[in-house]
Design a protein around this ligand. Structure first.
Ligand SMILES: Cc1cc2nc3c(=O)[nH]c(=O)nc-3n(C[C@H](O)[C@H](O)[C@H](O)COP(=O)(O)OP(=O)(O)OC[C@H]3O[C@@H](n4cnc5c(N)ncnc54)[C@H](O)[C@@H]3O)c2cc1C
Length: 425
């Protein structure tokens, strides 16, 4: 069995590759495989899409002209309904006075249900155009000299191969880089926490769905969800085969009834240099440490307790003052200050206070802090050209390979790879 193009991963990076390639070479055979039943990343989790550079575009690889050119193509395909942003002047002015900034980003929001529908529609469009999908099939290895992809079901011969396994595919990508002899560099990590509060305490979301504040010391707000919004936990593998949870958030589309809550992350970007070999290992260990403290669950703490320097307890989440329940109920009430490295905590707490000055109320005693929220970006391959080619005939794109940090940039990465394979760059 041989295909002109095989794509591992049906997230936005893989879909971007498949659409761009089919449009350019309709007669060629294309196969997309995914170990899951459908694209598993943000496309199917809240699906807010950002159409303003540099959101989602790692600056090591992207400059504005190229990102903006490709964002036009991404827009054409995804047909986003850009949300309006209103009444932001006062927040932007306050932020500026405090040494922070509010980025104005063109966004759309489909919600988890809307994103799943979009992913299904994209798959059907590709199938109608003649591309083949194989879901529930896991890529295991590549035999480069034979141009063969080995999966848990079979061996597939390819002319060109794109590996786009996303964040959940780090281990696979790392193994592949080692076996193919692709050199790589360690990436940054984002470490922080997620806040959950009443929408009334963070009313900016009525005017701007996912407000992007940047604070000093490389702290930023990230992934805001409101309407029918929930905090969730995701399981990740640690190097020793153990596991840890990172919290995250999502919301459903605006069709259902709102639960009146908002959640968003505050993340600090950390770049490790020598002598530490792997920032990712460091972050994973923090995740495991939090698991240890939380008895196998993430930690949660009310801001009121945190301010007083005391841990939260189960009772904390029942008292009258605390007038809403945690949407991620399985977390363990505890003391985040014991679990988070102090330099990171200081930077984040300072940012929280700045945010509370910009939007008074967000640090209401009832506001819940969840820890940890960890974003890993995988080791970055050293590419042999600007189209993310890692070995001749093999491209590595998307969040897994560090060429993106969001849906639209992942899709743009896929188009860029195809432009390279067609000699159009
Ligand atoms: C819960 C969550 C919510 C998010 N919300 C947003 C958001 O609202 N907006 C936004 O811009 N970004 C969001 N993101 C980030 C976003 O998902 C990523 O930036 C984007 O999906 C990256 O695209 P990708 O194609 O590189 O990877 P992914 O979308 O992760 O897709 C990779 C695919 O590869 C498959 N795969 C992995 N390993 C293998 C293997 N060995 N064999 C076969 N298949 C494999 C996976 O099953 C997966 O479907 C979110 C991420 C998560 C986890």
């Amino acid at each position: 069995m041989k295909f002109d193009l095989v794509v591992v991963g049906t997230g936005p990076a893989g879909l971007g590759v498949a659409f761009a390639y089919r449009e350019a070479r309709p007669a060629d055979s294309v196969l997309l495989i995914d170990r899951s039943s459908l694209s598993t990343g943000g496309l199917c989790n809240d699906c807010k899409m950002n159409f303003t550079y540099p959101i989602g575009f790692p600056l090591e690889y992207w400059e504005a002209p190229e990102a903006e050119r490709l964002l036009v193509c991404v827009r054409e395909k995804l047909q986003p309904r850009i949300l309006s942003r209103n009444n932001l002047g006062i927040y932007a002015t306050r932020a500026q006075k405090l040494g922070a900034s509010l980025l104005e980003v063109q966004q759309s929001h489909l919600g988890t249900d809307g994103g799943i529908a979009l992913a299904r529609d994209m798959k059907e469009q590709l199938e109608r155009s003649g591309a083949a999908f194989s879901l529930g099939e896991k890529a295991l290895d590549v035999r480069e000299p034979d141009q063969v992809l080995v999966t848990d079901r079979r061996e597939i011969r390819f002319e060109k191969l794109v590996i786009a396994p996303g964040r959940k595919g780090f281990a696979f990508l790392q193994k592949l880089m080692d076996s193919l002899g692709v050199p790589y560099v360690d990436n940054v990590v984002d470490i922080g926490l997620r806040l959950e509060t009443r929408e009334a305490n963070y009313p900016i979301v009525r005017d701007y769905y996912d407000p992007k504040f940047h604070f000093p010391q490389k702290v930023r707000t990230f992934c805001t969800n409101s309407g029918r919004a929930f905090v969730v936990k995701e399981k990740y593998e640690a190097a020793d085969g153990g596991a840890y949870f990172s919290v995250n958030g999502h919301a459903f589309s605006q069709r259902g009834q709102s639960n009146g809550l908002v959640n968003f992350a505050l993340l600090k970007t950390v770049r490790f240099t020598e002598p530490l070999a792997s920032g990712q290992e460091f972050a994973r260990m923090l995740g495991q440490q939090a698991m240890l403290m939380g008895g196998g669950q993430p930690l949660m703490q009310r801001v009121g307790d945190f301010r007083l320097g005391k841990r939260s307890k189960k009772e904390t989440f029942n008292e009258d003052l605390y007038d809403f329940s945690a949407t991620l109920s399985g977390c363990t009430p505890g003391d985040i200050a014991l679990a988070m490295p102090s330099k990171i905590l200081r930077a984040i707490w300072r940012s929280m206070k700045l945010l509370d000055t910009i939007i008074p109320g967000v640090l209401h005693p009832s506001t819940i802090m969840y820890y940890p929220e960890i974003k890993l970006y995988g080791n970055r391959p050293r590419f042999i050209d600007g189209s993310f080619q890692a070995r001749p005939g093999i491209w590595m794109v998307g969040d897994g390979a560090g060429t993106s940090r969001g849906i639209t940039a992942a899709w743009a990465s896929g188009i860029r790879a195809v432009e390279g394979m067609l000699g159009r760059r």
